[in-house]
Write a protein that binds this ligand. Structure first.
Ligand code: PMV
Length: 352
């Protein structure tokens, strides 16, 4: 499943006939985090990162070419996309049009099931689905590596959602031309032992939009946090340890590395000037509950992204018990159980 990529190329119609393509993608949660860019325009990260694509919260995106239209028409869960979301999607479509040398505007409808902006990587599934659908609609290269690079230009973490299960995103090389740099940064599947059977218990402690975008927060952290460089250095060792732990199917080692890498990332933010703090009291209650689970002998480890929500890695067989402990620590909050999910793909059945 993990490296599967079904994206039959669809030729764009040059005579103005409408082409409609639909793609679906799932969010991913990084076990070794991406935090900090080396190039904001090209979305090049400072460090490699590694993630698990989930089997929950898919984004479905339909792209229809609109020959003759003057503007893109963009909807998000049925309502017109506005503000920053609109700007990012339209900017991404401009990049696709430039590459395809095809100027048609598009009608893009996005159905997102992720609580947007809450540190649950809605931009990862969103731009992975958009990259797959737009590449097919405009006739761009549809191999998984090319799609991963393209998705990266919408949101860095989207490069990883092109793949199912576990994926590593290479930071790539700097110093050459823009094209060389762009080509060098993409995700690819990572091997995990067959017997590795993890779950992520997701505590949505706050589903509202986050106070500070990850883009802003990363920039501030890189520019001002004295802890950033030490974390980035230690992240290299974390990646090597993570790959080895996945290969062995060692859940405790995977969890230990994921937890230290994520809490270290949050430490870099707390040391930024001014501090960036995504953890809330409810997040800390969940962290406490996870420590308690470990004391009682259940393998459970936390990771957190650019928001207050907490994801708890555990064995699938323990997921219900872990979810119950998390519910107890964050009463009234939604708790979801996810497993490794599929890569981004085109859906069949679109009319042309
Ligand atoms: O979703 P992005 O591309 O703006 O980056 C978010 C980065 C984290 O979710 C915090 C970490 C990661 O590697 O996904």
């Amino acid at each position: 499943m993990r490296s599967e990529q079904r994206t039959a190329p669809v030729r764009p119609s040059e005579d103005g006939e409408a082409v409609t393509v639909t793609a679906v993608a799932h969010p991913n949660i990084a076990l070794v985090k991406y935090w900090g860019k080396s190039d904001e325009r090209l979305f090049l990260p400072r460090t490699d990162s590694l993630s698990m694509t989930l089997d929950v919260f898919p984004t479905t995106t339909r792209v229809r070419l609109a020959p003759g239209a003057e503007h893109d028409t963009l909807t998000f869960n049925g309502a017109p996309a506005t503000g920053e979301a609109r700007r990012r999607i339209a900017g991404f479509l401009d990049l696709v049009r430039e590459r395809a040398a095809l100027g048609h505007r598009a009608v893009v409808d996005t159905e997102n099931t992720v609580p947007t902006g809450a540190g649950l990587a809605s931009s990862a599934s969103g731009f992975a689905a958009l990259a797959v659908a737009a590449a097919a609609a405009y006739g761009l290269a549809s191999d998984a590596t090319a799609l991963s690079r393209l998705a990266r230009r919408g949101s860095g973490s989207a490069s990883r959602s092109i793949f199912g299960a576990f994926a590593v995103w290479h930071a790539g090389v700097r110093g050459g031309t823009d094209e060389q740099a762009d080509l060098s940064s993409y995700a690819e599947p990572v091997h995990a032992a067959e017997r590795f059977d993890p779950a992520l218990v997701i505590a949505v402690v706050d589903a509202g939009p986050k106070a500070l975008s990850s883009r802003e927060a990363m920039r501030r952290t890189v520019d001002t946090s004295p802890l950033y460089e030490p974390w980035a250095r230690s992240s290299r060792a974390d990646l090597a340890d993570m790959r080895a732990a996945l290969g062995r199917g060692d859940l405790d080692a995977v969890g230990e590395v994921a937890e230290r890498n994520a809490l270290g990332m949050h430490a870099t933010m707390l040391a930024a000037r001014p501090a960036v703090r995504y953890m809330s009291p409810a997040s800390l209650s969940v962290l406490d509950a996870v420590l308690q689970l470990r004391r009682e002998g259940t393998a459970a480890y936390v990771t957190m992204d650019a928001g207050p929500n907490v994801k708890v890695l555990c064995r699938r067989a323990d997921a219900e018990r872990v979810a119950a402990a998390v519910r107890g620590a964050a009463p009234g909050r939604a708790v979801h159980i996810a497993g490794p999910g599929p890569g981004a793909r085109l859906l069949d059945g679109d009319a042309r």
